[in-house]
Structures are given as C-alpha cells and as structure tokens.
Design a binder for this molecule. Structure first.
Ligand code: SF4
Ligand code: FES
Length: 250
C-alpha cells in the first residue's frame, strides 16, 4: 500500500480558559500500517524537532480496553469505523491526500484540559455514587458458588464491555451520559451480587449524572451508533425501568 500524505486539522487549546482554534499540519509518508495514535506520535516528533508544542492527547492501553483515546475524527467519536476505538483505528482506512479533522469531545461536563484532552472525572463521580458492590472481606468465595443462567451472564457481560470512554456523550446532541450510566447500572443489577444495593445504586447514579450537567436522553440512538463497544440502547430502557422500580420501592 502506498504511503499517505495528509493534512491534519487539529484543535489546539492551551487550557480550559483558552478559546482554542484549529491548526493545520501537513504530514508526509505516513505508513498505512500505523495506528491513528502512532500517526499522531510521528506528528508530535516532527513538532518537537521544529520547536513546536506537541499535540496533547489521551491514551493508555492502545488496545481498546482503557477508554482513554477520546477524540472526534472527521466529526465522529473514535472515527468512522464502527465498533473501533481510536487506538485500534489504522491509517489504511484513510486515503492519500485526505484532510483529517481531529477535535476533543465537545460536552459541558467534559471541559477541555488541553488540546484533545478533556476532563472526564464527572464519569468517576457517577461511578463513586453507586457503581460498585460492597463486599465483606475474607476468603474468596468458591467459583460458581452462585449459579447464574447463561442468558443473564451474557447480558451482564455485554453491559460490562463499556470502557467509559465517553463517546456516547460526545455523539449525543444533548450530551447525555445515559448509555454509559445504563451500562454500569445494568452490569451490576443483572447479577445477584448487585442486588443488595440495587435501588440506591440506580437512584444515586442517575442523580449524579443529572447534577454533573449531562443532558437528557431523547432516544436518538447516536450513542449506540458511535459506541466502540457497541453497547445497546436497550440498556437505557433497562435503566429507566430500574429507576422507576427503585422509586416505587423506596
Ligand atoms: S457506553 Fe460505549 S461510548 Fe459510552 S462510555 Fe461506554 S464504551 Fe464508551
Ligand atoms: S488507548 Fe485504551 S482504549 Fe484506546
């Protein structure tokens, strides 16, 4: 495959109070075998060599697990390849001469820290509000001591695939975090281990989501379409049901 000459239009913002702007960079001879983040590494090396501040972007595992590589590529969170995180997106999906626009997540509860990095601690606070199970310490329970049917286990596992990246918020015109919260609520409420705190969990997590300033879900489905883990909007229906059930019971 031929090497790529690209024009990168990247959002540069010095800090939360800077208004920010797009800056264009030409990058030549990009290998199609590189990942998108490796391409940005090469750009940053060139910028450093010419005395320009490198582009700041989040990344960690680079294998689709940690959810850190948050950026909007050509208007779509994590780029145009469905079910793929930015770190797993490869340059072979682009063409020679392409102009690629790269921006941070745009949502009020995710303020920009610098360039492409946003502050997603609002997600951490939602998890702290109830996205856990309290356990007694002691020796580990025997494996399979609590039988769980295959259907339920798979449903819980699908919800647990959420990596907390925030693409669902970035994709939503309301900046709703419903898909993220629904995945986290469902993952625990489906399993017997999550039952003791079931009602408080959903009330607290939904309450925290609202107080962080995320918008309401209006069922556009943009979140599911852009989620790199293809979490289903069906979990939002489950969360709403859990929420009403908890309010009736409490
Ligand atoms: S639901 Fe999908 S898009 Fe939203 S945080 Fe989880 S993995 Fe990311
Ligand atoms: S860097 Fe971890 S999911 Fe992309």
């Amino acid at each position: 495959m031929e090497k790529l000459n690209l024009t990168l239009k990247i959002w540069r913002q010095d800090g939360p109070d800077d208004s920010g702007k797009f800056q264009s960079y030409n990058l030549k001879d990009v290998s199609p075998h590189m990942s998108f983040l490796e391409m940005l590494d090469v750009l940053n090396e060139e910028l450093l060599n010419s005395g320009v501040d490198p582009v700041v972007f989040d990344h960690d595992c680079r294998e689709g697990i940690c959810g850190m590589c948050s950026m909007v590529i050509n208007g779509r969170p994590h780029g145009s390849k469905n079910g793929t995180t930015t770190c797993q997106l490869h340059m072979r999906h682009f063409n020679n001469g392409d102009i690629i626009t790269i921006e941070p997540w745009r949502a009020k509860p995710f303020p920009v820290i610098k360039d492409l990095v946003v502050d997603r601690t609002s997600f951490d606070r939602i998890i702290q509000a109830g996205g856990y199970i309290s356990v007694n310490t002691g020796s580990a329970p025997d494996g399979n001591a609590i039988p769980i049917s295959k259907d339920i286990a798979e449903d819980a596992f699908d919800a647990a695939a959420c990596i907390g990246c925030g693409a669902c918020v970035a994709a939503c015109k309301n900046a709703s975090a419903s898909l993220f919260v629904a995945a986290k609520v469902s993952q625990l409420s489906l399993l017997p281990q999550g039952n003791p705190e079931r009602e408080n969990r959903v009330i607290e997590m939904v309450g925290q989501m609202d107080s962080e300033g995320f918008g309401h879900c209006t069922n556009t489905g943009a979140c599911e379409a852009e989620c790199p883990k293809e979490i289903s909007v069906e979990y939002i229906r489950k969360m709403n049901w859990e929420y009403h059930r908890a309010n009736i019971k409490n």
